[in-house]
Design a binder for this molecule. Structure first.
Ligand SMILES: NC(=O)C1=CN([C@@H]2O[C@H](COP(=O)(O)OP(=O)(O)OC[C@H]3O[C@@H](n4cnc5c(N)ncnc54)[C@H](OP(=O)(O)O)[C@@H]3O)[C@@H](O)[C@H]2O)C=CC1
Ligand SMILES: O=C([O-])C1=[NH+]CCC1
Length: 314
C-alpha cells in the first residue's frame, strides 16, 4: 500500500478509457442487484446530501458509496444549476474521488461529467432491455443536452430501433444534435408528435413541470424518466405515473427526491435491482416507467473501471 499522490484523470482521458457506455453494463447490473439485495449485497450508499445554492438556483450533491463486490470506495461531488441564459457553464459539473478502501488513501480524482453521462445512459439501457415492448421500433428522446447525446449513443449501439425521434424545447439545439450524431434522426416540433407511437421514450430535460402526458403515450411503451431530480420538479404527468408500472433505481431516493413519484402518489412496483435479481417480474407487456435519479454506486463502478484502465496503461 504505497502513499503515492492521487492521479488526476481528465475528461479527455475518461472519454478515451471509457469510450462506450456499454462497457459498464456488467458492472452496473451487478451493482444494481447488490444494492437492492440490502446489507447482504455489500453496497453502502446513504441518500445523497443535496445542498441548495439559493441565490443562483443551484444545487451541490454529495454522493458517497462503497461496493464490497468491487472493493471500491468513492464519492462524487456534482453541481447542477437551473438553466440561466447568462451562463455558459454546463448545467451539470462533477468530480469523482476514488479512494483505496483498505486504508482510506485518495487514489484518483476523476472528471465526473463523462462518467455521469455514460453511467446514466447505461443504467437506462439496462432498464430498457428488461422493460421495452417486443418488438420495439421507435425511440424518442425528449431533450438535446449532454444526457440526450449519451442516451442516443448508448441506445443506438445496444438496440435495433428503425426510427429515432428527437424533440427539444429549443428546436435549433435538437437540429444541431441530430446533425452531429451521424445517424438518421427525425426532429419533431412538438412532444406530442415526437412520442406518438414511440416504443421507448427517454426524458432528459431540466423541465420542472410535466412535458410528457399519459394520453400521448402508446400503451405498452417504456419510458426512462431521467430528469426532474428534485421533490418539486416534474417531467411526467400524474396520469402517466399512475397508469404505468413504476420501477425506480432506489426506493429511498425516489420517495425523497422525485417530484414525479412524490407529487403523483404513484406506487413503486420495484427497484431495477429487484428486476435484475428476478425477485420481481419485469412486465414488458405493460406501460412501464423507469424513474432514474442516479446512484452513487453507479459512479463508483464507473470510476473504478476508468481507474483500472488507466492503471493498466500506466
Ligand atoms: N438520473 C440521473 O442519473 C441523472 C439525471 N440527470 C438529469 O438529466 C437531465 C438532463 O441533464 P443534462 O443533459 O446533463 O442537461 P443539459 O443542460 O445538457 O440539457 C438540458 C436539457 O433540458 C432542456 N430544458 C431545460 N429546461 C427545460 C424546460 N423547462 N422544459 C423543457 N426542456 C427544458 C434543455 O433545452 P434547451 O436546449 O431548450 O435549453 C436541454 O435540452 C437533468 O434534469 C439532469 O438533472 C443528469 C445526470 C444524471
Ligand atoms: O446522479 C447524478 O449525478 C445526478 N442526478 C440528478 C442530477 C445529477
Amino acid at each position: 500500500m504505497s502513499s503515492a499522490p492521487p492521479v488526476f484523470i481528465s475528461a479527455a482521458d475518461v472519454e478515451r478509457l471509457l469510450p462506450r457506455a456499454s462497457l459498464l453494463l456488467p458492472g452496473l447490473e451487478a451493482a444494481l442487484s447488490n444494492f437492492s439485495a440490502g446489507p447482504a449485497g455489500g453496497v453502502e450508499q446513504p441518500l445523497r446530501a443535496v445542498l441548495r445554492v439559493r441565490p443562483y438556483r443551484g444545487f451541490l450533491g454529495v454522493m458517497p458509496a462503497y461496493s464490497a463486490a468491487d472493493d471500491a470506495l468513492s464519492t462524487k461531488l456534482v453541481t447542477f444549476y437551473e438553466p440561466r441564459g447568462d451562463s455558459a457553464a454546463p448545467s451539470h459539473q462533477a468530480t469523482v474521488l476514488l479512494f483505496d478502501p483498505r486504508c482510506g488513501a485518495l487514489r484518483a480524482v476523476l472528471d465526473g461529467a463523462v462518467i455521469t453521462a455514460k453511467r446514466t445512459a447505461a443504467v437506462s439501457a439496462i432498464a430498457t432491455k428488461l422493460l421495452m415492448p417486443r418488438p420495439a421500433a421507435v425511440l424518442c428522446i425528449l431533450g438535446a443536452g449532454v444526457q440526450a447525446r449519451s442516451h442516443y449513443e448508448a441506445f443506438t449501439e445496444l438496440f435495433d430501433f428503425t426510427e429515432v425521434r428527437l424533440w427539444n424545447r429549443t428546436e435549433q439545439r435538437a437540429l444541431q444534435l441530430a446533425s452531429s450524431v451521424g445517424g438518421a434522426v427525425r426532429v419533431c416540433g412538438t412532444v406530442r408528435d415526437a412520442v406518438c407511437g414511440a416504443d421507448v421514450i427517454v426524458t432528459v430535460t431540466m423541465a420542472t413541470a410535466p412535458i410528457l402526458f399519459g394520453e400521448w403515450v402508446k400503451p405498452g411503451a417504456h419510458i426512462n424518466a431521467v430528469g426532474a431530480s428534485r421533490p418539486d420538479w416534474r417531467e411526467l404527468d400524474d396520469a402517466l405515473m399512475k397508469s404505468s408500472v413504476l420501477v425506480v433505481d432506489s426506493r429511498e431516493a425516489a420517495l425523497a427526491e422525485s417530484g414525479d413519484v412524490i407529487l403523483s402518489g404513484a406506487e413503486i412496483f420495484a427497484e431495477l435491482g429487484e428486476l435484475l435479481k428476478g425477485t420481481k417480474p419485469a412486465q414488458p407487456e405493460k406501460t412501464t416507467v423507469f424513474k432514474s435519479l442516479g446512484m452513487a454506486v453507479e459512479d463508483t463502478v464507473a470510476a473504478k473501471f476508468v481507474y483500472d484502465a488507466w492503471s493498466a496503461g500506466n
